[in-house]
Design a protein around this ligand. Structure first.
Ligand SMILES: NC(=O)c1ccc[n+]([C@@H]2O[C@H](COP(=O)([O-])OP(=O)(O)OC[C@H]3O[C@@H](n4cnc5c(N)ncnc54)[C@H](O)[C@@H]3O)[C@@H](O)[C@H]2O)c1
Length: 374
């Protein structure tokens, strides 16, 4: 079984494709791949302070052994680094160190690092190539694919962003050995989400049947799970690289509710794990799907079972109806149309539907969902 996925963007004027290499030991070929793509490039590795001493150094050594000139820029780990100050500092470093459009940026880290590196690469000198070494499960199954880079504003998450595809992705599952359990769960939640919307229903069935192997970090199962997720996201992105054709938006399944929960916690200067929020979003959206587009209630039970199988629990705090509703209305992805709110729902597993849900129906549903938890 090949562990190389070809991701293509043939639907856009500038046809463009790149490889994603997945699996245990994938990093051993990293320098060779970069040599074949950018033999003369000077390289800036971008990572966070936590990842730098582990994987940043490994990647730097590999590239130096292959005779590349390599420097590293690192910033404090965490979501708060997705800001203009960090971007500005990297731009300044790139220009002071004389980087030009023939050079290369390599992101080594989770989704925060790849979002920042993508943003910088798209904007420095109007575009410089970049590659990604994702080191969290979430970034392997989701963030490293699709070419979206963004920073946050006080008014909202990912409000300022770019589209800029990497030239190569190298997901070495050995990097997951050092990841905290909560971070692994964030990845599981996105994996489950993608299996529910994937065109091939067999993804969901495979995930259900192989849950224990994935939980046990079985190499073959883990690699296959990442590949299936990358392929599905890559497929959707190839039809809608700029997220303006209504295809890519189905990746937001479960996220309208999840973003509302995250915003509520943030407004209280607190935090909720993204995976937990997405899992609640999946539970909410699947129940709403029964009412709005006829999803079989038996399927909802199967979905709940899969979330339980991956030990993704439920929020224990009281769910606040009014706040959930209000934050949903301002979520940037919910196109607010008079008295409707835009949602991604499921007609069946593998059969998603983006649709507008009447405010009254939504309010009633939020109320029922919150009551069921009281
Ligand atoms: N561009 C996209 O398509 C896309 C998709 C999904 C999410 N995102 C973005 O990704 C971000 C979340 O990404 P994330 O969940 O990877 O979080 P993250 O990048 O903040 O990483 C989580 C934590 O794990 C640490 N870490 C990373 N790799 C590690 C490893 N192998 N071992 C030990 N510690 C490690 C990091 O230092 C950090 O503290 C969000 O900002 C989100 O908006 C982007």
């Amino acid at each position: 079984m090949s562990n190389i996925i070809k991701l293509g963007f043939g639907m856009v004027e500038t046809a463009l494709s790149y490889n994603a290499h997945v699996g245990r030991g994938a990093l051993s070929n990293f320098a060779d791949e970069i040599k074949s793509l950018k033999p003369k490039a000077k390289i800036l590795i971008i990572c966070d302070k936590k990842v730098e001493p582990i994987y940043g150094e490994i990647v730097q050594n590999k590239l130096e052994d292959a005779d590349f000139l390599v420097e590293t820029y690192s910033f404090k780990e965490g979501e708060y680094s997705k800001c203009l100050d960090v971007i500005d500092d990297i731009w300044t470093n790139l220009s002071q160190r004389g980087y030009n459009r023939g050079d290369l940026i390599v992101a080594v880290g989770g989704g925060v690092v790849s979002d920042i590196a993508c943003f910088v690469s798209a904007t420095y000198m109007r575009g410089i190539d970049f590659a990604i070494v994702p080191t969290t499960l979430l970034s392997m199954v989701d963030a490293c694919i699709g070419g979206k880079g963004a920073i946050n504003m006080p008014q909202g998450k990912n409000l300022i962003g770019v589209f800029h595809q990497p030239i190569y992705v190298c997901a070495d599952t050995r990097c997951l050995n050092t990841l905290a359990p909560a971070q692994i769960q964030n990845g599981y939640a996105e994996l489950i989400k993608t299996s529910l919307i994937a065109k091939r229903r067999s993804f969901f069935e495979w995930l259900r049947d192989n849950a224990q192997s994935i939980l046990d970090s079985d190499e073959v199962a883990l690699t296959n799970a990442i590949k299936l997720s990358m392929e599905e996201k890559g497929r959707l992105v190839s039809f809608d690289p700029y997220d303006n054709q209504g295809v890519r938006e189905i990746l937001n399944f479960g996220h309208t509710f999840a973003h509302a929960l995250e915003a509520i916690y943030l407004s209280k200067k607190s935090q909720i794990d993204h995976g937990l929020a997405v899992a609640e979003g999946i539970r909410f959206a699947s129940r709403l799907s029964v009412q709005v587009c006829g999803l079989d209630i038996e399927v909802v039970k199967q979905i709940d079972k899969l979330l339980d199988r991956f030990n993704i629990g439920q929020i224990q705090d009281k769910l606040e109806e009014e706040a959930i509703y209000n934050f949903m209305k301002i979520d940037k992805k919910s196109k607010n149309l008079d008295s409707m709110i835009h949602f991604v729902l499921l007609r069946d597993i593998g059969n998603p539907l983006a649709c507008n849900v009447d405010e009254d129906v939504l309010r009633e549903h939020i109320s029922a969902f919150c009551r069921s938890r009281a």
